[in-house]
Each structure stands twice: as C-alpha cells, then as structure tokens.
Design a protein around this ligand. Sequence first.
Ligand code: AMP
Ligand code: MG
Length: 509
Amino acid sequence: MTPGPIPLFAFDNTYARELDGFYARVTPSSFPKPGLQLLNEPLARELGLDVEALRAQAAEVLSGSRVPEGAEPLAQAYAGHQFGGLSPQLGDGRALLLGELIDTQGRRRDLHLKGSGRTPFSRGGDGLAALGPVLREYILGEAMHHLGIPTTRALAAVSTGASVRREGMLPGGVLARVAASHIRVGTFQFFAIRDDTDRVQQLVRYTLARHYPDQREASNPALALLNAAIDAQARLIARWMLVGFIHGVMNTDNMTLSGETIDYGPCAFMDAYSPGTVFSSIDQRGRYAYGNQPGIGQWNLARLAEALLPLLHADEPKAIELAQEALAAYPVAYTKAWLGGMRQKLGLVGDQDATAAPAASDEEDGGLAEAFLSLLEAQQVDFTNAFRSLSSALRGDTGKARALYRDPSAFDAWSRSWHARLAAGGLVLTDDAEKAARAAHMDRVNPLYIARNHKVEEALAAGVRGDLGPTEQLLAVLAQPFDERPGLEAYAVPAPSAFTEIYQTFCGT
Ligand code: AMP
Ligand code: MG
C-alpha cells in the first residue's frame, strides 16, 4: 500500500468519543469562493502544524468547505442565561468543533469554526458570520493573548465569497478558533435544566480530567470542579479589570470552565476610566458595564453551582451550603488577584520580591489604588496611559503623567503618598538605578498599546474592503504591547472623545 498524503491535522476527538448525547454531528457549509485572509503562523507552529501545507489548504479547510481527514464536525449543545434570562436551548448555532489537537507542549486544544453554516441549534439564524466581526474577534483575542490573559485564539480568518444579510449585505467570513475547550457554564445548564444528572456527572468528570487533572481523584468531583472554576474565573476577570477590558456579553454561555476569555463580540477596551463604561449596543441597562464584571462573574458561577447542586450533596440543604461556601471564595480570590495585579502596576513590588510579603496591608494598598482610580475617574483620564505614565514619573520625568490631568496638582498629591509607599516598601528613592529597574518592571505589566477602538474600527473598515494591511499592522503592534517602538505613537493615544462618546459595538450575529 502506498502511503497517502500526510494529513494536515492529527485529530484526537475525545468530545465526540466520550460525550455521546452532548452534541449533534453536522456537515459544514461549502462556500463558493473561500479566501484566506489571515493565518496565525506562530499559533499554527505551536499546534505542531505544517504551516506551508496549512496555508495552501486553509481557505478550503478552515472555512469548512472541505472537511479535513480525521475531523468529526459537531455542534455542541448548551443553554445559557442571556442578560439574566434563561434560554434553555442555545448551542452552536453557527459554529462547529472540527476536532482536538495536541499542541507542541502536550496541551489538548479544540479547533473550532465559527460562521460555518447552519446546525440543529441555529433556531432562526443563518449560521453565518460577517467578515468584520470575524476580524474583530481575531484582533481582540490576539491583543488579550499578548497581554498574557488566558483566551481563545484565532488560527485563521477566511472570507467565504458569499454575502450575509445583516443591517445590509455584508461579506461573509469564518473564524477558525483554538480553545482549551468550548465547555461553558451553559453546557452544564443544558443538562441540569433537563434533570439529566447522569450527563451533568459525565461532563463533570470529563471537564475535571481535561482542565484540572490534579483534581480528578477528588472525593467530591463536582465540588472540586466548582472550586476550580471559581478560582479560574476570579483570576481571569481580575486580569480583564487590570487592563480595562470590557467583555460586553458575559452570558453564562460565554463563560468557559477552562478560565479562558471566549466569544469576542461587542467587547472593547475602555479609554477614560469610568466604571459605568458600556459600549455594547444591546446592553442598554449596563448589566455588563466594566465595573459590573466582577459581580457578574460571581452571578454566573452561582448558575454553575445551581447546575451542579444535585451532585454536590444528596441532601439539598447540605448541597446549597456547600455551594454557598464555594461561592464565598470568589470575592476573596478576585480581590487577591486584583490587588496583586495593582501592586505590580503601581510598582509596589519588584521582580525579585513578587512572592515576599508586601510592605503595607491589603487595605492600605487597596486604598492607594482606589485613590488613583478615583483621580482618573474625576479627571476622565485614559486608564492605559495613566498607568503607563507612572514609570516615567518614577524615573523622574513627571511631565508625561501630569499632562494627562486637567488639574495636575491632584496627581501630585496622590503621587506623594505613592512615593511614601514606595519608600516604605524599601525602594531607595535616591537610587536612580533601583528606580529604573522598578520602572522597567512596571513597563512589563502596564501596556503601552491596547486595541484602541478607533484603530480596530479603522482596520475592520479596510479589512472588509479587502485591504488587510491595517489589520496586519495593528496585529503587529499588539503582539508587543509593552515595548515602546518609534513610529507607533498613533497607536498609543485614545480615540478622540467625539469618537468615544458615540462609539457602539455590536454582536455581529
Ligand atoms: P453569541 O451572542 O455569539 O454568544 O451567540 C448566542 C447564541 O446565538 C449561540 O447559541 C449562537 O450559536 C447563536 N447564534 C448567534 N448568531 C447566529 C447565527 N447567525 N446563526 C445561528 N445561530 C446564531
Ligand atoms: Mg457565545
């Protein structure tokens, strides 16, 4: 027998094999003229793929037009609370799982297509995606990844050659997405609300083995999973808050068990610091406003706890007690992660003493951080630039920082207490080398370049016209968010306020 061509992917499909009843098998749509728009080569290499072979076949294979060898396309079932109301049947309505890959570091990753046609979960939808939102998810996911925040990532963006009907006719696209898994809080809810406790149990075992293998032998697996999910989400949402990220649609079907950020729809980065910031056109009451995200995280995890309740304990009052105890750990874990991050952003800890006990109490350091945020809010200062400017201030050049404030004397006053705290922590303020080292440390946690809304929109507008140049340039900038590079000044300034005041983001569905 002559060997055939080497398959593009070495799929191993545990979801299909072990979770019968959790999905529907689907045949992806075949598109008339698929065209590769973007290929994430570093990610392809991380997945152990042959980049050149993939490039040659990506348009066909990553649009779903040709099912690659070894793939078992399936649409996953899930439910979810959307804006607080339960939708018992959502599921992959315009997406499918092609299969799982083991990456070069031994991690199992889903390869998933979004916009690949109708499925049994499509309800009234067309199963399609427009190219603009596909590019948007690509850009935002990469931005988050390079900020060090757990996230799904785009492997490719493909245009379909067909139009989709939205607010008009728009060019269609498919996003090839890589995730630790696509198991969501809503996946558990789907079976829990159908009283299918056996399937919830099966999903608990599968999820523990896949994401928290050290907990696999736990005496109470559902409780171990709940605790792990609570901890992962607390840390994730703290990371969002520390970079000014607003997810925009934190429904329970958009919250993963792996702790990765997922489903970049109407998300955006905040410019001027304001906890009430909302960009999403459909979030009219501000449920998913920037400042509400930590609380919504806990609300969603309470829905997970509810779904797991019959498995936590046979006796319901006891089960509720266990759930409440577990959920009580969320604000503690969140505050710990947030405060740890703030200490880094403010330079209160250096590289060498990251594990050492801080020199001031949590209350004191929390107070210092909150005072800074209040100052930003009162003077409508750009969140990203305010933190970034602190390293210059520490080096002795306060001009950059002070220029951000309408009333710089308020900054000066805060800065005095900041310096006092730095000194109390052992930083020798007369030692320039020591200050420079600390400032350099701050520059590795306070990004200079984020996905600025006007830059994203500029890139998307060109991208849907077939000019990927601005998108590629933006991706290159965002790939090194901490490294100042000459010529990129325009990427580090907030949008004009006239832009931000009317800026709205859309789900793109
Ligand atoms: P999302 O807002 O993208 O998280 O999607 C919420 C739900 O709507 C999921 O079940 C999606 O699969 C489904 N959905 C969104 N857009 C479409 C579409 N164009 N066709 C079919 N289903 C869709
Ligand atoms: Mg979703």
